[in-house]
Design a protein around this ligand. Structure first.
Ligand code: NZQ
Ligand code: ZN
Length: 388
């Protein structure tokens, strides 16, 4: 195992009725900005629960944070924060609202000329340069509720980029599995596969003798395989919703990634598919990952076989035969929970390949993946494999 530091200060309040605890989590004299998306929290009652819990607080609102949150939208919130002298942000939503709010937290106190540099140049955020934030998660998927990552899209240029800082990690996150009851099928499906692929990015690399991380990762994959379909079949299954929610949080709160190599190529390529072609985040990952498994089978051979054996019980056959079956099982799982896995399924053709390669070139990126050897040419091949 490699050396590592692990620090995760996010307080989690998990379970039914936890939204009522908000007043014990936010200072009573705080000047709060409530941030949310397109309105689902109004129709499913979460907004009312939050407002009831915060009676007597000084609260302003910023709504309309879209999926794959736009820098242009978020900068309007930054103006509001400055104008109203906001000193606490409460994000109520899915990954997009949470990520957008992390950006607002750092952008509002950014000392340079353009907060986009936080993403473009990965500028460091100082502790004194981030407004504290808390979250009420409404969609189990991204893990944003318990990490310091935010992904933001600059709509004007179709750039989808990430930044990371311990200082935008939420002070607390409320995880009430009942929020799942109102989720549309598509978002449940996206959440299952996003969490699954977060695990894969940190697991499907090469062995460094880290059995704790490996077993944790495998338990998350198995939990997603078992519990995800239960949530799809019955949105009111509280136990299944709880397990899905906690698995998704654990998949990207840093724990399984300590001391091990990490890949993230599916995410890097997937973000371009979202930015250029509008695929949902989860959809983009299900297109890319099988291509990487196929092309990088030698690099990933030991972990592929371990994954196949421990998660899918695949033990028979020659190495490449087993790997083919393992990829097929993985693809079938994504399709079985309702996410299509080919570019043609989303109306995307071969013309996207040079655009994506050019994008990486422009950013000065020549290769990605856990060994830094998935070249631009190979990124093209991965996408070719996933055409139809
Ligand atoms: O906007 P509203 O009306 O709230 O509707 C949302 C949105 O349309 C809806 N929704 C959320 N909770 C709901 C609900 N509808 C009914 N009932 C509920 N309880 O779901 C739609 C999608 O929401 P969104 O927040 O976009 O989804 P998700 O949580 O999948 O977030 C995706 C974003 O997170 C980023 C992605 O790139 C993408 O921008 N990611 C963030 C990561 C992180 N911070 O660590 C890691 C991930 O890999 C990912 O990149
Ligand atoms: Zn993801």
């Amino acid at each position: 195992m490699r050396n590592f530091e692990f620090y995760n200060p996010v307080k989690i309040s998990f379970g039914k009725g936890q939204i009522a605890k908000l007043s014990s989590l936010i200072p009573s004299d705080a000047n709060v900005l409530l941030t949310y998306g397109g309105g689902s929290i109004k129709s499913n009652g979460i907004y009312d629960q939050v407002m009831n819990a915060l009676k007597g607080y000084n609260i302003s609102e910023f709504s309309g944070i879209e999926a794959n949150p736009h820098y242009e939208t978020l900068m309007k919130a930054v103006d509001l924060v400055k104008d109203k002298k906001i000193d606490f942000l409460l994000a109520v939503g899915g990954g997009s609202v949470l990520d957008g709010t992390k950006f607002i937290a750092a952008a509002a106190l950014y000392e340079g000329s353009d907060p986009w540099d936080l993403l473009l140049h990965r500028r460091t955020v100082k502790a004194s340069n981030a407004i504290p934030l808390g979250t009420v998660l409404t969609l189990p998927a991204t893990g944003s509720e318990m990490n310091g990552t935010a992904v933001v899209t600059r709509w004007e240029t179709k750039d989808k980029m990430a930044f990371d800082s311990v200082h935008v990690m939420p002070k607390f996150s409320i995880l009430d599995p009942e929020v799942v009851f109102s989720l549309p099928v598509r978002q449940v499906s996206n959440g299952i596969v996003d969490a699954y692929i977060h695990v894969m990015e940190q697991y499907l690399t090469y062995p460094v003798n880290a059995p704790v991380q490996d077993r944790f990762a495998e338990s998350l994959l198995l939990t997603l395989i078992e519990e995800g379909p239960k949530v799809l079949a019955n949105r009111s299954d509280y136990d299944a919703a709880s397990n899905l929610m906690w698995a998704a949080t654990m998949a990207l709160n840093g724990l399984i990634g300590v001391g091990v190599p990490q890949d993230w190529a599916s995410h890097m390529i997937g973000h371009e598919l979202t930015a250029f072609c509008g695929l949902d985040h989860g959809q983009s990952l299900c297109v890319v990952l099988p291509g990487i498994m196929h092309l990088k089978r030698r690099n990933k051979e030991e972990k592929l076989l371990q994954y196949g054996q421990r998660v899918w019980n695949i033990t028979e056959g020659a190495t490449d035969e087993k790997i083919d079956v393992i990829i097929e099982k993985t693809v079938n799982f994504f399709e079985s929970v309702g996410v299509k896995t080919k570019l043609a399924d989303y109306g995307v053709g071969v013309e996207i390949i040079p655009r994506i390669i050019d994008r990486f070139k422009t950013r000065g990126i020549t290769a990605i993946g856990e060994r830094g050897d998935l070249t631009l040419e190979e990124i093209g091949k991965v996408l070719e494999l996933r055409l139809k």
